[in-house]
Design a protein around this ligand. Structure first.
Ligand code: GRF
Length: 212
């Protein structure tokens, strides 16, 4: 049973999905700690309601000293004997300090089919590019943003009347499916790049077989 910390900055819906999955007796990880870099992160209430230890480690008092902020986070992780870190809407770029310390043990969820659309505003950018498929990716965190080894992906169709919000909602529903799956696979020691994709992670388009 891996002890997992989830780092958030806001809403925390992926945190909620991880908490819900980890309630299952046979889930191989326990959400032991939630750290937010903002005291007003709504996800903190979700964690508190679930009886999970929370910490606010606000970046602002560190006045731009990213290394010192990350050292405080790392100390918090050590105090709770954390083994795996999940970034879930954590809106701070990490330095090599924390990334190196947690190499191979830090996951992130990103709202696009990486390597397409790293960075921000992924849904609007997918629409502007005329993408017909969009989706989400869980990957290991490396020093280059949104580019580590991919653990799981789910694809959704881009529909003709989509705007960024509608598309984001369709993607988010899949984020809540694949993040718990990817964490479980990671916690049980499956390789990051499996030559034989797990059938549960394949997400065919709805009605794909019925289309001409
Ligand atoms: C998600 O879309 C995630 O992919 C991205 O930030 C968003 C966080 O949403 N990294 P939530 O806080 O989990 O609801």
């Amino acid at each position: 049973m891996k002890r997992v910390a989830v780092l958030i900055s806001g809403r925390g819906s992926n945190l909620g999905a991880l908490i819900a999955a980890a309630r299952a007796a046979d889930y191989p990880a326990r959400i032991a700690l939630v750290i937010a870099n903002r005291p007003d992160a709504a996800g903190l209430a979700l964690a508190e309601a679930a009886g999970i230890t929370t910490r606010v480690i606000d970046h602002r008092p560190f006045r731009g000293d990213r290394a010192a902020h990350e050292a405080a986070i790392d100390a918090g992780l050590a105090e709770e004997r954390i083994e795996t870190v999940c970034l879930a809407g954590y809106m701070r770029l990490l330095t090599p300090l924390l990334v190196g310390r947690w190499a191979g043990r830090m996951l992130n969820i990103h709202p696009s089919l990486l390597p397409a659309f790293p960075g921000l505003d992924t849904h609007a950018r997918a629409l502007a590019a005329g993408a017909k498929l969009h989706g989400c990716t869980v990957h290991l965190v490396t020093e280059t943003m949104d580019s580590g080894p991919i653990l799981a992906q789910a694809a959704v169709p881009v529909l003709p009347d989509d705007d960024a919000d509608r598309l984001a909602a369709r993607v988010l529903a899949q984020e809540h499916v694949i993040y718990p799956l990817a964490l479980a696979l990671h916690a049980t020691g499956r390789p990051a790049r499996s030559p034989a994709p797990d059938a549960r992670l394949l997400n065919p388009l709805p009605d794909a077989s019925a289309r001409p």
